[in-house]
Design a protein around this ligand. Structure first.
Ligand code: FES
Length: 282
């Protein structure tokens, strides 16, 4: 996956998380449906100046009301006495409740967001033409000249975008082989050397299988499975030949590797090429 694709996916994921957070905050700010009653704690009550009694202005002693007849100075009730029950409407949502619900909401939406991102990432290659879709590997003739340089040597070419080794295959070798009638060879018409695209993944447990130039094959470093350069099974725990992708040649002569179409073939009974042709790499 390209850096741009990763950036876009991260951007979408971040947007989903932010939107989820905003939604959770907005949602949790509403009044709770659960009945709630409570009291302010002492500190809150002390600071609640609106609850303090408003003292009447001190009555002035007049001739009609002598000082000794003036009403007694009102004594403010203690803060404890001023406590009064708070209903759900008065209290709304406490800060702790708000934080708890916001955290739960964020985790929930974060999980859903991650799931969405994972699904998007899974689908992305098919949408953008990466691995899992048809990949244009370029002019088939040019690829052929790299794989079969013309000096008698064979040079498997690794094509990273398709996770595949491009190897040669002659049309004359196909009848009776494991690949007869399968759409796994392209460019072999007219007597030319065709190409096959072997998936680099070992069919035993999925390790990446490197080329071994000296033995002219592929040798898995994990458990020692060996294949010739047509990807035919030779030895080791692998249950079948290396898997390969369906191929076609488009009207402009480009090799199209369909990495969404994996072709499995059984262990070759009759191999199309001898192996090993030199010392093993393992
Ligand atoms: S993964 Fe290749 S032989 Fe086991």
């Amino acid at each position: 996956m390209s850096a741009t694709a990763i950036f876009v996916i991260a951007l979408i994921g971040g947007g989903i998380l932010v939107a989820a957070g905003i939604f959770a905050v907005a949602w949790r700010r509403g009044p709770s449906a659960a009945p709630m009653v409570g009291e302010f704690d002492k500190e809150a009550a002390k600071r609640d100046v609106s609850a303090r009694p408003i003292l009447e202005p001190e009555a002035t002693a007049t001739e009609e009301a002598p000082a000794e007849a003036m009403p007694a100075e009102p004594v403010p009730a203690s803060i404890e006495d001023q406590r009064e029950a708070v209903t759900a409407d008065d209290l709304g949502v406490t800060r702790r409740m708000f934080l708890n619900r916001a955290a739960l909401g964020l985790f929930g939406f974060g999980f859903l967001g991650s799931l969405g991102i994972a699904m998007l990432a899974f689908m992305w290659p098919k949408l953008k033409g990466g691995f899992g879709s048809k990949i244009n590997a370029g002019p088939l003739a040019a690829l052929r000249s790299q794989v079969v340089p013309g000096d008698g040597s064979i040079k498997p070419l690794f094509f990273p975008e398709a996770q595949a080794w491009l190897v040669p295959m002659e049309q004359s070798l196909l009848p009776g082989s494991s690949f007869e009638g399968l759409p796994v060879v392209a460019g072999a018409d007219g007597g030319e050397t065709g190409l096959m695209a072997l998936w680099q993944k070992c069919v035993h447990l999925g390790c990446r299988v490197p080329e071994c130039a000296s033995s002219q094959g592929f040798e898995c470093p994990c458990h020692g499975s060996k294949y010739n350069f047509h990807g035919e099974y030779d030895s080791g725990p692998a249950p079948r030949n290396l898997d390969r992708f369906a191929l076609e040649e488009d009207s402009q002569g480009n090799l199209i590797i369909d990495t969404g179409s994996v072709v499995e073939t059984p262990r070759a009974v009759v191999k199309t090429i001898a192996y090993p042709q030199g010392p093993s790499c393992l």
